[in-house]
Design a protein. Structure first.
Length: 485
């Protein structure tokens, strides 16, 4: 939301800015279209050199807006797609302000009146569209050109489906609405994300290698130098939320805590030298940090480190994942295998006749009946599809099941994340190469990817769900939302 005051009239105006997906190859990139431009033929941010205007000109526009409007409480951004004709004249094609407020109208007049240099191909001027983004923060407006990497606009290619025996009818696919945001149709700083989390206020915190963003379902709000210890392009490795709705963010071997008191740095290195690999939590909301030197447990400001010194049967101190089930058993996945600790009694699995032999758990979840679901990664895995991987299920009667692409509807074996959907009572599985798997816990396997649905690609790194059942996926090609129709 952008809130600002017009200096002359001093009237309060509220502008809601939110972005909906638009086809990346459509002529109008953003949702709000202006049908006054001649758009018979143009390319998006093409040419060498590309179409541009001087930063001095954009700074002049911002200076005029800052003089005219009181932007003290404004935050957010508005993006514009500008068509630059071969003659150098410009015309705004589309933008992201769904209210079409007076500020946006004034920015359009400025952009249409700019001095532009057209794009050229083979030395000849051509029609090309470029993007300009105006950001509101710290009581001011700023602007810059937003260049497009045309390679990122290309389809990500075909998913890898190693399962050659299953025909995916996908009967539930029509029940969902798929929405995708990228850095080209939204304020997302980058398309590639490894992690995301939905906090207790249903706000999505979305990490990328070029910045952290919050999304409340309508508005994207960047986490940057104006409201955090990070800048707009900070590489955020991981994020999680504790039982008190504090956010924990791992950046550059440092752990940060965000609470009502603001941002604090957590002195992590005094417990383990290498820093964290993943930020996790148990059923009580205690923080668990998986590191190369052991498992660090933070409980009521007390820290406990579990490694081979404290637990000799631990296969390795290089911990990748940990999960506490409803029976208070602690499952730990390490680089050399798994261990389960039940009331201080450890059990290892490398010599067992279970799917956990010579594998480690990389994710876990549990259904209402107490059945446990583990995604597996093979120890000393080699590139390619590995049948030791897939999904392991520990049923409440103590029996094990192992699903891979040879004996089930799994399209491939390498799993990045899982989520048990308590609203629909199904298991959602995010894969490395095959998109999303929807498993109804019996025999119903469905597989959604960019070739059969509105998904942006096939690499799903993280899944999160809000209190209304809406699912978000951090992918290699943008933010995906899956919403029941």
């Amino acid at each position: 939301m952008l809130a600002f005051l017009y200096r002359r009239k001093l009237s309060f105006i509220t502008l809601f800015v939110f972005l909906l997906p638009a086809p990346l190859f459509a002529q109008n990139l953003f949702l709000e279209k202006i049908d006054v431009c001649s758009t018979a033929s143009f390319c998006m941010d093409c040419g060498d050199p590309k179409a541009t205007c001087d930063q001095f000109t954009l700074d002049y526009i911002c200076d005029q807006i800052n003089r005219k409007y009181i932007l003290k409480d404004a935050f957010g951004s508005i993006s514009f797609q500008v068509l630059v004709e071969a003659s150098g004249f410009s015309c705004v094609l589309s933008h992201t302000d769904v209210t079409n407020g007076p500020l946006t109208a004034e920015l359009i007049r400025y952009l249409n009146g700019n001095i532009w240099r057209p794009a050229k191909e083979n030395g000849k001027p051509v029609y090309a569209s470029v993007n300009v983004i105006f950001r509101f923060a710290n009581g001011k407006i700023s602007s810059q050109m937003q260049r497009m990497d045309l390679a990122e606009l290309k389809p990500p290619g075909d998913p890898a489906i190693y399962n050659k025996t299953t025909t995916y009818a996908n009967p539930s696919l029509k029940s969902y609405e798929f929405t995708t945001w990228t850095k080209y149709n939204s304020p997302l700083p980058d398309n590639i994300s490894k992690s995301c989390i939905v906090d207790k206020s249903d706000v999505l915190w979305y990490t990328t290698i070029k910045g952290l963003t919050r999304f409340d379902g309508q508005n994207f709000n960047p986490v940057n130098e104006f409201n955090s210890p990070f800048n707009a392009e900070t590489d955020v490795a991981d994020i999680n939320v504790d039982k008190d709705n504090n956010k924990w963010v791992y950046v550059d071997d440092k752990m940060y805590k965000y609470s009502d008191a603001g941002w604090q740095i957590f002195d992590f290195k005094k417990f383990v030298p290498p820093g964290a690999i993943r930020i996790l939590n148990n059923r009580h909301g205690d923080l668990l940090f998986a590191t190369k030197a052991g498992l660090v447990v933070l409980r009521k400001d007390k820290v406990v480190v579990l490694n081979k010194k404290t637990i000799p049967l631990l296969p390795s101190s290089n911990v990748y994942y940990v999960y506490e089930d409803s029976r208070k058993r602690l499952w730990i996945g390490t680089s050399k295998g798994c261990i389960m600790i039940d009331h201080n009694v450890p059990t290892t699995f490398n010599t067992s006749n279970t799917p956990l032999k010579d594998t480690y758990i990389s994710n876990a979840t549990e259904d209402e009946a107490g059945n446990l679901y583990f995604s597996l990664t093979a120890c000393n895995a080699t590139p390619g599809d590995n049948d030791k991987e897939g999904i392991a299920i520990l049923k409440t009667n103590g029996s094990w099941l192992h699903y891979n692409d040879k004996n089930s509807g799994m399209p491939s074996n390498h799993v990045n994340d899982m989520l048990y959907d308590k609203y629909e009572h199904v298991l959602w599985i995010g894969t490395e190469q095959s998109g999303i798997v929807r498993f109804n816990l019996k025999d119903g396997w469905e597989n959604y990817h960019n070739n059969n649905s509105a998904m942006p690609g096939y690499t799903i790194n993280k899944l999160a769900q809000d209190s209304k059942g809406v699912i978000y996926a951090a992918t290699a090609n943008g933010l995906l939302r899956i919403k029941k129709k």
